[in-house]
Design a protein around this ligand. Sequence first.
Ligand code: ADP
Ligand code: MG
Length: 844
Amino acid sequence: MSEKISPGMQQYLDIKKDYPDAFLLFRMGDFYELFYEDAVNAAQILELTLTSRNKNSENPIAMAGVPHHAVGEYIDKLINLGYKVAVADQMEDPKKAVGIVKRAVTQVITPGTATDVGSSVDNNFLVAIDKQGEKAENQFGLAYMDLSTGEFKVTELTDFSTVVGEIASLKAREVVVGFELTEQQSKILSKQMNLLISEQQNFPEHLQIKLSALTELENQVSSKLLAYVKRTQMRDLSHLQEVEHYEIKDYLQMDFATKSSLELTVNKREGKKHGTLYWLLDATKTAMGTRMLRSWIERPLISENAIFNRMEIVQILLDNFFERSDLIEALKGVYDLERLASRVSFGKAVPVDFLQLANSLSNVPAIRNILESLNDKNLSVLTKKLDDIPELSALINSAISDSAARTITEGGIIRTGYDEQLDRYREALQNGASWIAKLEADEKARTGISTLRIDYNRKDGYYFHITQSQLASVPEHFYRKATLKNSERFGSKELAEIEEIMLEAREKSSLLEYDLFMEVRAETEQYISRLQSLAKAVAEIDCLQSLSTVAEKYGYIRPTLTENSRVVNIKEGRHAVVEAVMGAQEYVPNDIDLPEQTNIQLITGPNMSGKSTYMRQFALTVIMAQIGSFVPAQQAELPIFDAIFTRIGASDNLISGESTFMVEMSEANRAIQHATKRSLIIFDELGRGTATYDGMALAQAIIEYVHDNIGAKTLFATHYHELTDLEVELSALSNVHVATLEKNGDVTFLHKITSGPADKSYGIHVAKIAGLPDKLLERADLILQKLENKPVLAKKSEVHEEQLSLFDFDENFSEIIEQLKTKNVDNMTAREALNFLWELKDLL
Ligand code: ADP
Ligand code: MG
């Protein structure tokens, strides 16, 4: 027998039906209640007490609630964990309702649309992806938006892995999908990238975006994103900027693996900013600047002009120390204009927000003056964009009181002189105050009660406060209002008259203030787009200021970048982040020299000598230069690269479930498929993930392929010493190694890159230092010599011939060789080395 459902519960179910994927918070009195599954799950996540409705019936309904005043915190928590929340509010006054109070969802909050979760200045991007029909198999549209700043951009991308990379680099938490995902795609997005997937297959006609600057697919995906946002937000979105097309090809291309292994904006250990390039370069003073700097790092430039312009300004600011420090001071007074603008648009702005706006605007002329005084044409482009919106300052300064608070219902918001009626109420209040003071003095004199005073509280209004001991002197025209323990409260006709005037003035004035404030808020809306443009200009100046502040701090120099050059010449270069962390004295600078005709540098050297650091140093220097930053070196000449590909270390790859070696090969493949002559490739110990010969063979073939078919500048660090012989056949390859110093049996890593291949017998040296017996070492030397007499590398011309069998003499001997090849001597303790030797001996 199905149980009868109450009308209230029916209303709940009707609403819930439209929001199956969200926690529905259902306003009932002072609480927001959750029911059924929602209640069970939320009780667990939010640590709420789980109760039930209809406890005694057969099927009690699970229920949990949060107090309405604390609902924000609970919503934040759910959003941060990646859930959606729908809020159903009461749409009429319960006291006046006939039957069930009308309720409706007033807002859906999702991870990608939350605008004020926490205090983070980071962007919160919501991404939408779409496809155009079945035929365009690999053509995707991608749009993204930050609701808290109004930024809205769109592009087309040509394969799903690029889409995944772009979503990852936007650090989106939610993706709106406009087409049927394949099972594989859905798995990647939801399981591996941990994204909340929201569907939006179509859009209402009135939200269709039809910009001629965009492709059909771009218009379509933007429309779907807009439709999704409108559907969930149900509030004013006037701050949304017009959608703007961008092209990933306009920037230095780096896939997600590259950005993550170079630790550009988040470190690998904890996913935080510390120890990253972003951390190093960030001396910004405004929230807009901080956000923009991050996007600069995610998207370095490739246009010589654009880079040159940034560097010119960095240079000017570096050369003018006093102006820069004044600029920094002025920037400190500029609040988060983008967020303030969006709060105005959402109708969420409170009085202090306006004070912050006015304060920010008041700093703009100072910024402009400083920049104008530097009298430079690159700067003047920026200076022109510094619109201090005097109309808005005037409005706020005349309307909002300096001491305005956060609340908008308590009065004290509007400045005296702004509105005549309000001033009249205030005068009445003020007069009332002096009337009261006079009445108090008069009654004191008349009654002779020295402790008589007039007080006010909400319950009793104005009253005469008389202590117990003075009761006898109370005059006749007083009447009792309340009796307390040690005192009594009295009223009088005169006091009541004053009170009436004052209470009326007080109530009317706060109502009026509220209305006036709403008017100011509405009027401010028309300045939103000007505020957003101003925010951009300020952000840009802040970023440039930051780059020159950091350049000065660490003694960076201005690099020379040339679009069509093929020459890399860095003198005394340093790894910017490692140097900042370990200190400049400790860091050993290195030259990086790849002349016109050298494309590939093969780097050999023992473990821990500095191969990886050297290669990363180069990649970071390139990125910094293309951002427009100065670089850590004595001198630097660089081409402008179009892309950086890396294969570095074991990366925790997005496409998890693949073996390390598979990841290694996929990343190598990306480089090989997409790199051009103008790209930079960094391969660190490629081939390590498989058996020795397998790995070495692939490494060699990859080097040859890059050499013959791509011609990209490539750094290749390897522990396959044999590969150094490639120098003979590959004209554009050169060997370098990391120098070590051996003195009195101690090996010191000099971290110095030197030309030529590394010393082969290095491992045996280390074994000697570790104290292995001489006899053993002699034997190892002999074995090594034997090995070295064997041709290992296949000549390029031999590609299709059968490979020589290397060790066809003794089966055991080849086993010994294999062991020697694969064992990592560097990682052994002396004892392990000795045991290993005994094993070898046994085999013999
Ligand atoms: P490899 O890749 O050859 O194994 P790494 O590049 O990982 O070596 O460097 C190992 C350690 O040596 C680093 O953690 C760093 O502390 C130090 N190091 C590397 N290069 C330098 C340098 N140029 N100056 C000072 N220390 C360095
Ligand atoms: Mg290394």
